[in-house]
Write a protein that binds this ligand. Sequence first.
Ligand code: PHE
Length: 330
Amino acid sequence: MKEWYDAIQNAQSVEKLEEIRVSVFGKKGVLALEFAKMKTATDEEKAQIAKDLNTHKSALTNELMQRKITLQTLELQEAMRASAIDVSLFSSKSQSGALHPVMETMDKIIEYFTAMNFDIKTGPMVENDFYNFEALNLPKYHPARDMQDTFYFKDEMLLRTHTSPVQIRTMMSTKPPIRMIAPGAVFRRDYDITHTPMFHQVEGLLVDEEGIVSFANLKFILENFLKYMFGDVEVRFRPSFFPFTEPSAEVDISCIFCKGCGCRVCSKTGWLEVLGCGIVDPNVFKAVGYKNVSGYAFGLGVERFAMLIHQIGDLRSLFEGDIKLLEQFQ
Ligand code: PHE
């Protein structure tokens, strides 16, 4: 009988164990055969054989049960291991997020100016008339206020129409020299393929002792900046007007789509307008109580840059939260 105990211990599967059970306990099994032998034995022997066989019967039943539990546990463990999800595996379908193209462009602009030692300043989006207009040499009833399509609240409060009020707030709270940029959202009542009621600007202001800051400094930094943003482009300064700078200029880059030959995007001019800038008007310094200083300022629209860099046709599409569109910028 010993061999059957060994066989049970060595069985490697529940299936194999079942085979052994049939061989031992089945109708034609080992035990049945052994019991059959009793027929030819004497009464005395019969009692002994019956006793022995019954002992084996219960011992083997017990062994079978124990081994079955062990094997079932092992098989379950193996099945669990085989079907487990390996969370360390990369899936080709995994989705990753990405920066919105406007924020990505904003980051690149900030990266340039912080590398040039400009500090980042912020200010409120709900402004009052003084910071948004008055201190920027735009007195009440000045016709230039018509240029801004302003959202007004009560009591001369408004949504800032540009980031220039941050210039004023910074100058009124710090002594010169100043070297700052002010990135942020601005608001105008405008809605077409190149305008949305909310968009982003980056303002720049540099102030130092009188006579130190020149238009040449401004030209140098902006030319350098535009080449950083758009690659090898030509840059030109066109005389323009802003109430808070004098002289003022608008800055164009050679069209990045037609390389200056003239196309639909540049309206056949070969140039794309990208910036406003100028030498800070003395009236602005007067409004903030600065004396014997000189400075330059510039302002740009971040969405305009993003549209040009990514060749986006309709600015409004950037603010519709359409995943299909945004996925293309990953
Ligand atoms: N604030 C101007 C605008 O919104 C841009 C600008 C900033 C121009 C600073 C000159 C100097 O159009």
